[in-house]
Design a protein around this ligand. Structure first.
Ligand code: BG6
Length: 479
C-alpha cells in the first residue's frame, strides 16, 4: 500500500471563499470581504487601493460566496459520501471576535463552528482548522493598522485560546496562518496591510511577518498546553524554483527566490531566523524590531508538521526581462518553456510536486501535509444519465491523478513522510486571486456565476466518483 493506513484524504476550503453570511450571526466585516470582483481586485489585495468599506460600484463575491453558512450540512454530507477522512476549513476571525479586540467572544460564531465540527464527526471526518485563512477584522485594520502593530499578537492569542478551549476534543489538527508567505505578495488580502504614500513597504512587511511568526509560535505553545493531543502546522504557498538555465547566475537566483519563501517556514519549523534572512534584512534596512523573549519563544515552539499548497513549480532567471512571464498563485514567475499552462496561466508540473516534497522533507525532516492542490478550470454542466446536471471533468481527474502519482513516488521511492492530501476546493468556491466563480476546482458543481446569480444547487461532477474510488483504495486505484 503506497500511503499510510491512516492517510488523511480530503479537501480544503477557506471561510471567506465559501461561507458567505457576511453579516449574519453577529459576524463583523473583514479584509477578505472587501476584495471586489473585476479589475480593481489586484490593487485592493496588494494594498495599493484602500478598500475598507463596501461601495456601490463594486461587486463583492465573498459576501455570499456559495452560502455554505446555510448549506454546510448538505456539503459535509457530500464530503462524507466521497469518503473524506479530513476536511480542511478555516475559521472566520470576525465571526468569533467581530471587531477583533473584544475580550468576550461571540457565542453565535462559536456555536456555528461547533455545529460544523459535529457534522464532520458524524461522517468520521477529522477537521483540520486554519485559524486564519487570510482574514483580519476590518476594525483591527482601521484602529491598529493590522499586523504592523504588535498588539495584533494579543488579539490573535485570544482568538487561539478561545478556539483551543472551546473545541478541545473536537479538533486536533490546526494551521496557524494560511500561506504565510502571501504577506509579501498580496499584503492586504494576506494580512490586512495597506500602505501610505512614501512608506517603506518592505519594512512594514518584514515587521508584520515578525509579528505573525511570534503569534504563530505562541499559538503552537498554547495549543500544546491546552491539549497535548493537538498537532500544529505551518502553511506555505510552495512550489520550488527551477533555474531557467544552468548558468550559475540563474541557479543563484533560483536559490534566492526559494529562500524568500523558506524564510517563514525556516523560522516556524527550525525555530530561528536563518542567517541568509538576517543578512538580507540588515542589508536592505528591513530588520524588524524584536522584543526580548521573542527569540526564545520561536526556538521553543516549533511546529509539529509542515503543510503547504502546491499548484505549480516556478522558474527563476537572473535576467527575467529577457523571458516571458506568467502568473501562478499570485506569484509571477518566468515562464517555463517545458510546461503546459492552465487557462489562467498556471503551469502544470506534477513532477514539481515530488521535487517540492523532497526539498521540504530534506530541509525540515518533519511530517509533511499537502493541504492544497487542484486545477482551476471552466466547467460545462451537462445533463447526466439520471437527469441531474453533472460535469465531465476528465481534465481535472487527469491533473489530480498525475499529482497523486507524484506524491506516491515521493512516499514510496524517496521515503518522504506524508500525513495527508486535501485538494483545493472540493466544492466550487470563489477564487481568491480573481474573485471569479467560473474558475472552478470542485468535485461538486455549484450553480452560481461571477455576478452572484444562480440557484446555489450542488451537483456531483465525474471527478466526485473518481475521488471516492481513490480514497476507498487509499490511493491504489487512480484510474
Ligand atoms: C491558495 C489559497 O493561494 O490558492 C486559496 O490558499 C486559493 O485561498 C487557492 O483559493 C487557489 O487560488 P485561486 O486564485 O485560483 O483561488
Amino acid at each position: 500500500m503506497p500511503f499510510k493506513k491512516n492517510f488523511l484524504w480530503g479537501g480544503a476550503t477557506a471561510a471567506n471563499q465559501c461561507e458567505g453570511g457576511y453579516s449574519e450571526g453577529g459576524r463583523g466585516p473583514a479584509n477578505v470581504d472587501m476584495a471586489p470582483w473585476g479589475e480593481d481586485r489586484q490593487s485592493v489585495i496588494t494594498g495599493r487601493m484602500k478598500m475598507l468599506e463596501f461601495d456601490d460600484h463594486h461587486f463583492y463575491p465573498a459576501k455570499n460566496a456559495i452560502d455554505m453558512y446555510h448549506h454546510y450540512k448538505e456539503d459535509i454530507r457530500m464530503f462524507g459520501e466521497m469518503g473524506f477522512k479530513v476536511y480542511r476549513m478555516s475559521i472566520a476571525w470576525s465571526r468569533i471576535f467581530p471587531k477583533g479586540d473584544e475580550t468576550e467572544p461571540n457565542e453565535e460564531g462559536l456555536s456555528f463552528y461547533e455545529n460544523v465540527f459535529r457534522e464532520c464527526h458524524r461522517y468520521g471526518i477529522e477537521p483540520l482548522v486554519t485559524i486564519t485563512h487570510f482574514d483580519c477584522p476590518i476594525h483591527l485594520i482601521k484602529e491598529y493598522g493590522s499586523w504592523r502593530n504588535r498588539k495584533m499578537i494579543k488579539f490573535y492569542e485570544r482568538l487561539c485560546r478561545t478556539l483551543f478551549r472551546r473545541y478541545k476534543g473536537m479538533v486536533r489538527y490546526w494551521l496557524t496562518f494560511n500561506e504565510i508567505n502571501m504577506i509579501f505578495h498580496a499584503p492586504f488580502m494576506g494580512a490586512g496591510l495597506c500602505f501610505e504614500e512614501g512608506e517603506d513597504e518592505w519594512k512594514v512587511k518584514y515587521q508584520s511577518a515578525h509579528h505573525e511568526l511570534v503569534a504563530s509560535a505562541l499559538a503552537t505553545k498554547i495549543a500544546h498546553e491546552e491539549d497535548p493531543e493537538n498537532k500544529v502546522g505551518c502553511m506555505l504557498a510552495a512550489g520550488n524554483y527551477y533555474p531557467y538555465s544552468c548558468r550559475p547566475e540563474d541557479m543563484w537566483e533560483a536559490i534566492c527566490c526559494d529562500r524568500n519563501n523558506y524564510f517563514f517556514i525556516d523560522v516556524q519549523s527550525r525555530g530561528a531566523y536563518p542567517a541568509y534572512a538576517l543578512k538580507k534584512m540588515e542589508r536592505e534596512g528591513t530588520m524588524p524590531h524584536m522584543e526580548p523573549g521573542d527569540a526564545e519563544l520561536l526556538k521553543n515552539n516549533t511546529v509539529d508538521f509542515v503543510s503547504f499548497s502546491y499548484y505549480t513549480s516556478r522558474c527563476a532567471s537572473a535576467k527575467p526581462e529577457l523571458h516571458e512571464n506568467t502568473r501562478g498563485n499570485l506569484i509571477p514567475t518566468v515562464k517555463n518553456p517545458y510546461l503546459e499552462s492552465t487557462d489562467w496561466g498556471w503551469q502544470i508540473d506534477p513532477l514539481g510536486l515530488r521535487i517540492t516534497l523532497n526539498a521540504l522533507y530534506d530541509r525540515y525532516q518533519k511530517p509533511l501535509f499537502v493541504v492544497e492542490n487542484g486545477l482551476g478550470a471552466v466547467d460545462q454542466p451537462v445533463e447526466g444519465p439520471d437527469g441531474e446536471l453533472t460535469v465531465e471533468d476528465d481534465y481535472r481527474i487527469d491533473y489530480l491523478r498525475k499529482h497523486i502519482q507524484a506524491m506516491r513516488d515521493a512516499v514510496t521511492e524517496d521515503g518522504v513522510d506524508l500525513m495527508g492530501y486535501t485538494t483545493w476546493g472540493p466544492i466550487d468556491l470563489v477564487s481568491a486571486g480573481t474573485g471569479e466563480m467560473r474558475k472552478r476546482y470542485g468535485f461538486i458543481y455549484v450553480d452560481r456565476d461571477d455576478q452572484g446569480k444562480g440557484t446555489l444547487k450542488r451537483y456531483r461532477k465525474k471527478s466526485f466518483w473518481w475521488y471516492k474510488r481513490v480514497i476507498e483504495s487509499n490511493g491504489e486505484c487512480l484510474d
